[in-house]
Design a protein around this ligand. Sequence first.
Ligand SMILES: C[S@@+](CC[C@H](N)C(=O)[O-])C[C@H]1O[C@@H](n2cnc3c(N)ncnc32)[C@H](O)[C@@H]1O
Length: 326
Amino acid sequence: MFNQIYQPLLDQIGNTDLHPWLDDIARGIQDNLYASNNGHLPGWINSFERMPQALPSCLHYDQEAITIGHPNDLPEDQRHVLKECLGSLRPWRKGPWNYFGVELDTEWRSNLKWDRLKNAISPLQDRLVLDIGSGNGYYAYRMAGERTKLALGIDPYLLYVVQSLFAHRYLPESVPSWVIPFSIEQLPEAIPAFNSVFSMGVLYHRRSPLDHLFEIRSLLAPEGELILETLVVNGSEGYSLLPKGRYAKMRNTWFIPSCLTLEAWLKRCGYRGINLVDVSSTTFEEQRSTEWMHFDSLRTFLDPKDPTKTIEGYPAPKRAIFVASR
Ligand SMILES: C[S@@+](CC[C@H](N)C(=O)[O-])C[C@H]1O[C@@H](n2cnc3c(N)ncnc32)[C@H](O)[C@@H]1O
């Protein structure tokens, strides 16, 4: 069912410098989605099949919410069914989305991060883009709004991949935005083909952040651009925080460098034109529990008596965006 949806992606890949990846990508989609034995898959397919037939009269990738269709395109009872189908894919972390008037108020207002970076990066028009750890593809769809040639998101977490596929239920085959069920480790042998590579919210989950930066460089075309967003802490060059265990309740958090340290890492890995374009503390306005994400969120990740600290006593989350060229 879902892998038929990917046929236009395979056609699009065939028309780019990524064509040597075609067989591996097709096989990986098959293996990672179907042979995964993920117990939720039958339920997700059932929801997908229940989604009402509708032809969206509008598509907006350049607004806060990725907007698919107008409320008038779908009768009220059908919108109710659609809301149920989308609800079966909770938790919705990245967004917002609007399906025929059904507003998905996600945990993250991802549009705020997009606003922080969109004017600081090279125009995405006609570029081949990789988004590592793309989640449900919110940013990949925003990239379609910038008329990118192909925005390929990769994420190993199947729920997020399926959330992105639900959008394809209503989108034209020509839409250039996709999320495939791949981790960075599962990508085929690197081809220096991408004009832009986004790594956002990923570096602090890598045990070896320098290897991650080298790996991205091997995927970038000459003059290609890295857009790197990650947690940072205050400190001098050379300093980075290695939490003893969890950080803001997150498992699997490794190095959180100072901005100067991160700049030095980028230099050491061969990047040029390194530009720190934003540093922002994460706010309750940007990350919070909602109807679409019932679990704990930032408010309970911080010390209730001192919100400048995480619950473990580390500095509260602050994120930097760097742009650099290969
Ligand atoms: C903190 S989220 C960031 C999502 C999005 N990039 C953003 O900035 O909002 C990290 C994402 O990386 C994904 N991820 C985890 N391990 C990964 C891996 N080995 N390769 C690629 N993505 C991975 C997770 O499933 C998750 O969706």
